[in-house]
Write a protein that binds this ligand. Sequence first.
Ligand SMILES: O=P(O)(O)OC[C@H]1O[C@H](O[C@H]2O[C@H](CO)[C@@H](O)[C@H](O)[C@H]2O)[C@H](O)[C@@H](O)[C@@H]1O
Ligand SMILES: O=c1ccn([C@@H]2O[C@H](COP(=O)(O)OP(=O)(O)O)[C@@H](O)[C@H]2O)c(=O)[nH]1
Length: 457
Amino acid sequence: MSRLVVVSNRVAVPGESRAGGLAVGLEAALRTHGGLWFGWSGKVVREDSGRLHEQVEGDVRYVTMDLDRPDHDAYYNGFANRTLWPLLHSRLDLVDYARETRAGYRRVNALFADKLAPLLRDSDVLWIHDYHLIPLAALLRERGVGCRIGFFLHVPMPSADLVSALPEHGRLFGTLYAYDLVGFQTVRDADRFRTYARIFGGASIEADGTVALPGGGRVAVGAFPIGIDTNRIAEQSAAAVGKPAVRALRESLSGRQLAIGVDRLDYSKGLPERFRAFGRYIERHPAERGRMTFLQIAPVSRGDVAEYQHLRDQLEGIAGHINGTHAEPDWTPLRYVNRNFAHATLTGFYRMASVGLVTPLRDGMNLVAKEYVAAQDPEDPGALVLSMLAGAAAELDAALLVNPYDLDGVADAIARASAMPLAERRDRWESMMRPIRGYDIHVWCQRFLERLGEVSV
Ligand SMILES: O=P(O)(O)OC[C@H]1O[C@H](O[C@H]2O[C@H](CO)[C@@H](O)[C@H](O)[C@H]2O)[C@H](O)[C@@H](O)[C@@H]1O
Ligand SMILES: O=c1ccn([C@@H]2O[C@H](COP(=O)(O)OP(=O)(O)O)[C@@H](O)[C@H]2O)c(=O)[nH]1
């Protein structure tokens, strides 16, 4: 059997817990498969990017690479998170383009290729992840790497018109044609990529969706919605009831209902809109006043990037305003916590919450939506309010789907979720659990790798 080599910017090395769906998902996939996981070490060093660290646990070998400050600033804080991230989340207003950071992104991708190429064998199957590493396959091919290479984009693929706003977009997005298989979260993302390849790459699309390029190259394309470790989350959440943090939260509620949101502090997650919608819920449903507490967990993310600092300031203002306007001496409507929690604790929080609030403005998938559902008590499940603009909405259409920009609509969905009869909650929960059980993280991994194995190279 071929060895699996996974490459991603973020690596969940043993002992490190960091929020982010990619790391959570790949950790589960590699635990079952074994293989090599290569990526950034998470360390920014004084000088000389490229020092490698190695660690082995079970069947997984982790090789990670340090980056120095200029490389990290240009590649991660710069081009990846100030240019590509907003572009791919349809926030052209936030795109900051600079030739310097673009050069840094390419330089760091070339460094990944230099360090990784010697570790590879022709019999390996290589799986590269996300927008940080789009050109990596092309750079590895230049270094003589001949194994099968697949790519998975965890974030949305926007329309060709939007992508074309990026200067010299073809030089970057054209490197996707160096992969044998390119995977997306949803059918619509995959279709948008095909349209892009048709318009800007002169490609034709074959009956099975493969992109055929004028020069003779072919790229298989598919939708592989990422899943969660469903059984593990269900077990963890049932066991979490006795955890001190979970018990303390329950006691602090004094019998009130809990609504929960869990997101990295990121502008794509629609947190200002969600906070305002919760304020609107209190105003539009006065009879419910004081019956629900909303807990928003939002660990700080990409804190060196200006837009993220601004968001943090903005949220502090809105949270203060909502509590200042609506709180009572014995009720704080909104609890806003900037801490990262261990997965096992989070699942206990999810299970306690009768309402899950997942309202991103744009999201590749959103694993929290699936985790919230999987963590529920099947006898008395909570209700999920879910943005129709999250990738997860394609599978979880039995959630209360909302447009996150429609604050009154979100407010009314919160009221409906909190009053939903048990029979309806059970029906909706069963419907949502079908794809969550049937297409879990193991199936996701298996389907992608099967497809990559079938592609003729
Ligand atoms: O690595 P960070 O900069 O700290 O950010 C965390 C991750 O955020 C993004 O996650 C995406 O992947 C999830 C799993 O497929 C998906 O559910 C979510 O919608 C995406 O936003 C990012 O794409 C990852 O690369 C980051 O590691
Ligand atoms: O305090 C926290 C907050 C989030 N997460 C995890 O981070 C992931 C977030 O993934 P999602 O796909 O929802 O969004 P992303 O952050 O990747 O954009 C989920 O598995 C969460 O359980 C966590 O472990 N601790």
